[in-house]
Design a protein around this ligand. Structure first.
Ligand SMILES: N[C@@H](CCC(=O)N[C@@H](CS)C(=O)NCC(=O)O)C(=O)O
Length: 225
């Protein structure tokens, strides 16, 4: 059996590999990182991820960071699980990478500005960071909504890890007052995601981690802007 550990925290983008691993049906364990204790910046954790970020995957003692890399690796390591569509050539493969990078490098930074604007400005300017973030996100939500207009999943009839990434992005900004209901196809995609047994298992793992943080008084709740 392959020993796989995923370092995660509930609500974070670690949801993407948690879903991917559940969908892949491989055995893995999660290790909860306590942000409120600064554990992600601790010397021990930095041995696993020197950038002090979640998620980190440890597989057979080797660590791997960055969602795009983790998904790409899991897809290559467990090809039979179909985490990403089979790419016919180098261009198709690079385009899949571009899709995942769109989530991590374009959308994720905007998510952060919408979710925790006070990390990017003084308290009195946080609202304008949130507004600018929402403005930027609208364009991309429209694009995603159009893309999903005639198909259930990003790549058509087959689910992929790209859908897990979009699901996290949608959920994260929904909880920060971004008007997600204006995007009917994306909203329907979210509902489809929630119906998948693997997604339900992933969310149950997160809920367990959240209950643990609650019990320890370590839940981070950003102030509303
Ligand atoms: N590019 C990284 C981003 C990871 C990231 O920003 N993770 C957040 C949680 S969603 C984090 O660990 N934040 C803690 C911090 O920045 O101090 C990836 O895609 O894995």
């Amino acid at each position: 059996m392959t020993a796989i550990t995923l370092y995660m925290a509930p609500g974070t983008c670690a949801r993407v590999p948690v879903i991917a691993l559940e969908e892949a049906g491989v055995e893995f364990e999660t290790q909860l990182i306590r942000f409120m204790k600064g554990q992600h910046k601790s010397p021990d954790y930095k041995k696993i991820n020197p950038k002090g970020k979640i998620p980190a995957l440890v597989i057979e003692g080797e660590s791997l960071t960055e969602n795009v890399a983790i998904i790409t690796y899991l897809n290559q390591r467990f090809p039979e699980t179909g985490l990403m569509p089979q790419a016919e050539d180098a261009l198709a493969s690079a385009r899949q990478l571009a899709d995942l990078c769109f989530c991590s490098a374009t959308l994720h930074p905007i998510v952060t500005r919408i979710r925790i604007p006070q990390f990017f400005a003084s308290e009195d300017a946080a609202k304008s960071v949130w507004e600018k973030g929402c403005e930027a996100m609208q364009e991309y939500f429209s694009m995603i909504d159009d893309h999903l207009s005639e198909k259930p999943w990003w790549y058509g009839e087959s689910w992929s890890a790209m859908d897990a990434y979009l699901f996290w992005i949608y959920w994260r900004v929904e909880g920060a007052d971004f008007p997600v209901n204006d995007y009917k196809n994306f909203s329907a995609h979210r509902t489809r995601m929630e119906q998948r047994p693997a997604v339900q298992r992933a969310l149950a793992r997160e809920a367990e981690a959240m209950a643990q943080l609650e019990a320890e008084g370590l839940v981070f709740t950003p102030k509303p802007v």
